[in-house]
Design a protein around this ligand. Sequence first.
Ligand code: NDP
Length: 315
Amino acid sequence: MSNEAIEKVHVLIIGSGPAGYTAAIYAARANMKPVLYQGIQPGGQLTITTEVENYPGYPDGIQGPEMMVHFEKQAARMGADIRYGLATKVDFSKRPLRVEIDEEKWIEADSVIISTGASAKWLGLESEQRLNGFGVSACAVCDGFFFKGREVAIVGAGDTAAEEAVYLSKLCSTVHMVVRRDQMRASKIMQERVLNTPNIKVYWNSLTDEVLGEHKVEAVRLLNTVTKEKQDIPVSGFFVAIGHEPNSGIFKEFIDMDETGYIKTIPGTTKTNVPGVFAAGDVQDKNYRQAVTAAGSGCMAALDAERYLTAEGLA
Ligand code: NDP
């Protein structure tokens, strides 16, 4: 690592979803001069959703991408330095903390807020990608409402899929749950809840062959791996709930994570195992994963960073 061209930053925020921007708003207002790198998907996961109706303060709802523009504008107005760029490497072994940007320059930071989010896993079908936002969704809580009274399908058999299937069953007429094996991975209690819900129909040993529809989802074609039979089920919505991947790879060497890569924080705080490094939003939350909870934890991270810097005499 060269020592040339190292920029010094007080609070470095990595990631630009609700957690990162909220941290930036709070840090800027506290005069901590935050620098925020937006990452590969400026605005985060909300930029690939359509309407957001459950974020408080928008009584008529708002488009996800537009809401993230609001977040960015607010952070910029408060004085946050918002930049394009991707954190590509870190060195948290000593102080100041070091973060490499775009594989070309290093930044030295007194504190770092990791808000790199998580990415939904997808099946990888062309039709799934083409109809994304037109009936295909990876978030039942975000988009289930749009399918009120209609039939939907959900793929997956973990706790998320089970929880989302039950959630959808309260809104939709029928939920067709597509399970690739002859059993579910979800906890027993969640499985029971699914199996005891009359309007959830489980398709065991079933793969999604194709999502059907020209401009919006009209049906899903399933392949039974035992009988090799295919069947088309008319649905208006197709939910993918096969897990998320936290965007935490570059921190692995230094930051404690669970076995699936979610950053561990000290409960009730955003503190990681490295003093001065805080984590907020989906990269440390596999449970709630909502814009509003991410924003809340971004606020917490800024406050935690401020207290840390004051205690260390770095404020
Ligand atoms: P998981 O990794 O637990 O489950 C993913 C599911 O998707 C599995 O059933 C898997 O099938 C299935 N799957 C994966 N790839 C495909 C594919 N290509 N086609 C079809 N099916 C596929 O992810 P979750 O998001 O459900 O949960 C993540 C973690 O969060 C877990 O530890 C879970 O317990 C926890 N969680 C806890 C909650 C709670 O306590 N309230 C709520 C939500 C999550 P297979 O089983 O065959 O591998």
